[in-house]
Write a protein that binds this ligand. Structure first.
Ligand code: NAD
Ligand code: KPL
Length: 308
């Protein structure tokens, strides 16, 4: 089976290395000629364990988006705000048999892409694996996790067995679900409850226990919003779930706080931004969520970062 990885960052390199280790035909699709030239100076995609004691390099081939080769399996591994432009660059290379995995956090970008590609099977992923780049094209596998995968389009199709088998054989811990939207909405709500507050209070996840009144009130609003959005299953036990994630990840900085600390654009529009838009469309009553979004935007603006 042949794989193309569009977005050779932390997760893209993590997937590429594991697939290449299983002798799959893997190609990176890089942003431009400069990135390609830089990649060609490296020994290939590097993958290290969390302690960075062992690093293996995989001499994976790389190309640019206009390459004429058709794409069988595409992993879209860029940030949510880059996803639409990135897919547009390779859409002409997809066939009716292509399968696309969307790895983006939050919600919103996946739906836009499914609309752009009505005849392509788009699988959305919700990943709890953690990785960061030690240097360009060198990923450090910082946290074991799980990858939920499911069809975005609810019309029932049999699970993509061959793809799932390949992922499992490559030690990519994929779990198939017939209801990926529940996973995505649940993760969205958890991220809405945790990530912005870690930026606003500039703290690790565990320190949020000081703001329990605010978090519990926010969870109540999010729970109602999920129900109104037709996601009652994702709403179930949200407050309990949020506190359990806070406890389990107490020593971590949320992904949004890490972005801010590294002066990188955040995925705000696909997390709280998406939730606020949804609430406005459904005439939801979510004053705490809206106030949080405004406060987060003020902090981002003060740091010179985009507020969308
Ligand atoms: P990243 O920033 O490390 O990598 C994204 C890569 O995509 C970058 O190298 C960027 O140059 C590339 N890219 C963007 N547009 C492109 C284009 N048009 N053509 C070619 N390349 C392009 O991001 P990441 O950390 O790997 O995260 C990817 C997604 O996965 C995000 O939505 C993130 O929230 C989610 N996620 C990440 C982690 C993690 O631990 N890193 C965990 C769970 C979810
Ligand atoms: O997913 C996360 C993130 O940081 O984006 C949580 C679960 C909040 C862990 O930090």
């Amino acid at each position: 089976m042949s794989w193309h990885i569009l977005g050779a960052g932390s997760l893209g390199c993590l997937w590429a290395a594991r697939l290449a280790a299983q002798q799959h035909c893997v190609h990176l699709i890089l942003r431009n000629a400069k990135a390609l030239a830089r990649y060609q100076q490296t020994p290939g995609v590097g993958l290290s364990d969390a302690q960075r004691q062992h690093t293996t390099y995989y001499p994976i081939r790389a190309q640019l988006a206009p390459d004429p080769q058709p794409i069988q399996h595409l992993l879209l591994a860029c940030k949510a705000y880059d996803a639409q432009a990135a897919i547009a660059q390779v859409a002409h290379r997809l066939t009716r048999d292509s399968q696309v995995i969307l790895l983006q956090n939050g919600l919103g970008s996946q739906q836009v892409i499914q609309q752009l590609l009505p005849n392509t099977r788009c699988l959305a992923a919700s990943s709890t694996e953690g990785a960061y780049l030690a240097e360009p094209f060198h990923s450090v596998f910082a946290g074991q996790g799980q990858v939920w995968l499911g069809d975005l389009d609810s019309s029932a199709q049999p699970p993509p067995e061959a793809l799932l088998e390949q992922c499992t054989a490559a030690s990519i811990p994929c779990v198939w679900t017939s209801d990926i939207l529940t996973q995505l909405w649940r993760k969205l709500a958890i991220n809405c409850a945790i990530n912005p507050l870690t930026v606003i209070y500039n703290c690790q996840n565990g320190e949020l226990s000081r703001y329990s009144t605010q978090i519990n009130a926010l969870c109540d609003e999010l729970q109602l919003l999920l129900c109104r959005s037709g996601q009652p299953e994702a709403a179930q036990g949200l407050q309990h779930l949020v506190w359990s994630v806070i406890e389990k990840t107490a020593a971590n900085s949320s992904s949004m706080r890490q972005d801010v600390l590294h002066q990188r654009r955040t995925e705000i529009s696909y997390i709280t931004g998406f939730a606020c838009t949804q609430s406005l469309q459904l005439r939801g009553d979510t004053p705490i969520l809206h106030a949080l979004q405004t406060q987060l935007q003020e902090v981002l603006q003060a740091q010179g970062l985009p507020t969308i």
